[in-house]
Unconditional design. Sequence first.
Length: 79
Amino acid sequence: MNDAKPIFDPATHYRIEIRGQVDMEWLQGWAGSAEMIVDEAGQSNELTVLDVNTDQAGIVGLVRKLHGLGMTIQKFQIM
């Protein structure tokens, strides 16, 4: 029998720039396992910059939530 063990994706740092404003209460209440920080220096009326530390499942969930809210991702970086 194969003794293979599952491979878990480690947390990775992502930087996401989103067109428009993201509701801060929504960010606080997001039920994912991600650590998210809104980069105040990169923030403007037209752009929200998120620094996210999460695993692959967490980032996929976040991108799906943003898509469901109709948000447009301007830039997506793996740091």
